[in-house]
Write a protein that binds this ligand. Structure first.
Ligand SMILES: NC(=O)C1=CN([C@@H]2O[C@H](COP(=O)(O)OP(=O)(O)OC[C@H]3O[C@@H](n4cnc5c(N)ncnc54)[C@H](O)[C@@H]3O)[C@@H](O)[C@H]2O)[C@H](O)CC1
Ligand SMILES: [K+]
Length: 511
C-alpha cells in the first residue's frame, strides 16, 4: 500500500471532486459517514458520554458530520468547537448549520483555558481538531487542551491523524500531540504513523477507503510503501513440483565465537526453515559439536581458530553468504571478513558484529558485493551512518548510504524499514514479543535463504522482514509476548509462509 503525503492526498481530493462530479461537502459526508459506521459498529448504541472536539477546518467539519450521525442514532454527544481561529472552512460552516437540524444543544465554544470541559475516565473522546492541514506546532491554550485530553484517561479516537502530528515532519519535543488509542485515517497511511518518534501517538490504526479516484491513486508516484500480507504475497515465488534441493540455493553462514555459537544455530535453522536447499556453516572449532548435534541438516566447516573466526575457505562457493552473528570484532575476524569480501561475488547479508566491523573498518564497505543486505538495529545503524537529528533525517541519511554503496539496508525496529536507494518499504507485521535475544539472527537467516533461492536481494529483504514478523505473531498468539524466544520465531516461519495464502487480515488494522 502506498504511503502518501498531505499534498498528494489534497491533490487526490481535488481530482476526485472533478472526476466524480461531487462537492467537497459531499466527499466530507462520505468520509465522515464511514467513520460514524465504524464507531456505531463498535459501540452498538452504548449510552456512554461522547465528547467531540472539532477544529474549524475540514478535520473539524468531519467531527461535525460524525456528531450529527451519532446524535441521530441516539448517542449522548457533546460537541466542542475549538476556536483557535475565526477562519472557519466552508464545509465546516455547512455542517455547523446542519447540526442545528438534529439538536438543540448548541456546540460549546472553547477559546481559552477557562472554557475547558471536564473529561472523565470512561468518556469517549473524538479528536477532530487538526488533520493534514496542521502547519505549525500546537502551542498556548490549545496545547493545554491537548494535555487535558491526554491526561484524562478517556478513550481517544483520532480522526485522520492525531492532532499535532504533521504528515511530513516530527512535531518537536515541546509540541503538543494527541495520544490516541485508535486512529481512523482516510485513504492512505501517513509515514509518521510508523516512525519510532511518532508511532506511539497513533494507537491502533485503521485506514478507511473513502473512494478517492482509483486511477489517480494508482498513478501517483510514491516511493514509500507499507508492506502487509498482500504485498508480501506478491513477492512470493512458489516452489515447483518438479524440483530438487539444488533449485533452492546453498546458503553459507559465517559467524560465531566462544560463547556465541548459538547465534549461528539460530540463523542456520531459520535459513533451512525458510527453504534453503543446502546450508553450510563456517565457524570457529569450538562450535563444531554443538552445531552438528543441534542442526544435523546443516554442514559444518571449521576455521583454524579455536574460539574466533580468523580466515575464510577461499575455494568455497555458495549462492549467498551471511556474515556476522556472534562473530565478535577481534582483529583476526576483521581480516577473515576482508578475505571473505575479496573472494566472494555472491550477494551477502551482513548483521550484528559484521556491521560493527564495517563501521570501524570503512574501507571494507567498498568491497561489499553490490546489492548486499545490511540489517542494523538502531545502535548498529548509528555506528554505521552517524547520528541523526530526527527520524526523517535518519531516513535521508540511510538513503544516501544505500545509494553511495549500492546496498539494501533493513533498519530494524517495531516497524522495520527496508531502504533500497530511493525506495522505502515499511513492515507491518511483528509484535513486542520479538524484542528478544537472537531475533535478529533469525531475520538474517530468512533473508539469506531467500536470496539463495533466487529472490532479488531487496525482495528477499522485504519479504523476509514480513515473514519474520508474521512468524513472531504466530508464536506470540500461541505463547504470549513474554515467552517468545528467537527459536520460536524460526519454528513458525513455515506457518508464516502458509499464512500468506490465508484470507487477508487488513493490514490497516495493525500498527
Ligand atoms: N481527501 C481527504 O483525505 C479528505 C480530508 N478531509 C478532512 O480534511 C482534513 C484537512 O482539512 P484542512 O481544513 O485542510 O485542515 P485542518 O482541519 O487539519 O486544519 C485547519 C486549519 O487550521 C490552521 N492551522 C494549522 N495549524 C495550526 C495551529 N498549530 N494552530 C492554529 N491553527 C492552525 C490552518 O489554517 C488549517 O487550514 C483532513 O485531515 C480530513 O480530516 C475531508 O473531510 C474528506 C476528504
Ligand atoms: K484529528
Amino acid at each position: 500500500m502506498k504511503i502518501l503525503t498531505a499534498k498528494q492526498l489534497a491533490n487526490a481530493d481535488k481530482v476526485t471532486l472533478e472526476k466524480q462530479d461531487i462537492t467537497s461537502e459531499e466527499l466530507m459526508e462520505r468520509a465522515a459517514t464511514l467513520v460514524f459506521n465504524e464507531i456505531h459498529n463498535r459501540l452498538q448504541g452504548a449510552p456512554i458520554p461522547i465528547k467531540i472536539f472539532c477544529g474549524i477546518g475540514n478535520n473539524g467539519g468531519d467531527g461535525l458530520v460524525i456528531a450529527r450521525h451519532l446524535i441521530q442514532h441516539g448517542y449522548h454527544v457533546t460537541v466542542f468547537v475549538v476556536n483557535y481561529s475565526d477562519k472557519r472552512s466552508d464545509d465546516f460552516l455547512a455542517n455547523y448549520d446542519k447540526l442545528k437540524e438534529v439538536t438543540r444543544d448548541w456546540p460549546q465554544l472553547i477559546k481559552k483555558t477557562d472554557d475547558f470541559p471536564e473529561i472523565n475516565t470512561g468518556d469517549f473522546v473524538i479528536d477532530a481538531m487538526f488533520g493534514i492541514g496542521l502547519n505549525r506546532p500546537i502551542k498556548g491554550w490549545l496545547a493545554d487542551l491537548v494535555e487535558l485530553i491526554n491526561k484524562s484517561q478517556a478513550f481517544i479516537l483520532a480522526i485522520d491523524m492525531p492532532s499535532g502530528l504533521f504528515s511530513d515532519k516530527i512535531p518537536g519535543n515541546d509540541a503538543a500531540v494527541i495520544k490516541a488509542n485508535f486512529t481512523l485515517s482516510f485513504q492512505a497511511p501517513k509515514l509518521v504513523f510508523f516512525l519510532p518518534e511518532t508511532m506511539d501517538y497513533v494507537g491502533d490504526l485503521q485506514i478507511l477507503d473513502i473512494g478517492l479516484d482509483r486511477e489517480f491513486l494508482s498513478n501517483i508516484q510514491s516511493k514509500v510503501y507499507l508492506v502487509g500480507q498482500e504485498e508480501a504475497l506478491s513477492l512470493y515465488k512458489p516452489r515447483k513440483a518438479n524440483s530438487h534441493k539444488g533449485d533452492y540455493g546453498h546458503a553459507l553462514i559465517v559467524g560465531g565465537s566462544y560463547g556465541k555459537i548459538g547465534s549461528v544455530l539460530l540463523t542456520a535453522t531459520s535459513a533451512l526453515k525458510t527453504g534453503s536447499g543446502l546450508c553450510s556453516l563456517y565457524i570457529p572449532k569450538c562450535g563444531y559439536h554443538a552445531l552438528q548435534t543441534g542442526l544435523p541438516e546443516a554442514m559444518v566447516l571449521t576455521d583454524e581458530g579455536e574460539e574466533l573466526l580468523s580466515s575464510f575457505p577461499a575455494d568455497f562457493t555458495s549462492d549467498v553468504v551471511c556474515f556476522g552473528m556472534g562473530a565478535g570484532t577481534a582483529n583476526e575476524t576483521v581480516e577473515a571478513l576482508r578475505e571473505l569480501l575479496e573472494n566472494t561475488n555472491s550477494p551477502m547479508v551482513i548483521d550484528a558484529d559484521g556491521l560493527n566491523i564495517l563501521s570501524k573498518n570503512r574501507d571494507l564497505l567498498n568491497l561489499l558485493p553490490k546489492n548486499s543486505v545490511l540489517t542494523p538495529h538502531p545502535g548498529e545503524l548509528k555506528r554505521l551512518i552517524g547520528d541523526w537529528a530526527d527520524d526523517f533525517d535518519k531516513l535521508e541519511k540511510v538513503r544516501d548510504f544505500s545509494r553511495k554503496y549500492g546496498l539494501t539496508i533493513v533498519v530494524k525496529g517495531a516497524h522495520s524499514f527496508t531502504i533500497d536507494r530511493e525506495e522505502t518499504y515499511i513492515n507491518n507485521s511483528g509484535n513486542p514479543g520479538m524484542a528478544t535475544a537472537g531475533s535478529g539472527d533469525v531475520l538474517s537467516g530468512v533473508i539469506a535463504s531467500l536470496i539463495g533461492q533466487g529472490y532479488e536481494p531487496v525482495s528477499a529483504a522485504v519479504l523476509g522482514v514480513f515473514l519474520h514478523g508474521s512468524a513472531g505473531d504466530i508464536a506470540a498468539s500461541k505463547i504470549g509476548y513474554e515467552s517468545v524466544l528467537a527459536g520460536d520465531i524460526a519454528k513458525n516461519i513455515g506457518k508464516a509462509i502458509r499464512d500468506l495464502f490465508q484470507e487477508p487480515v487488513h493490514d490497516s488494522e495493525k500498527n
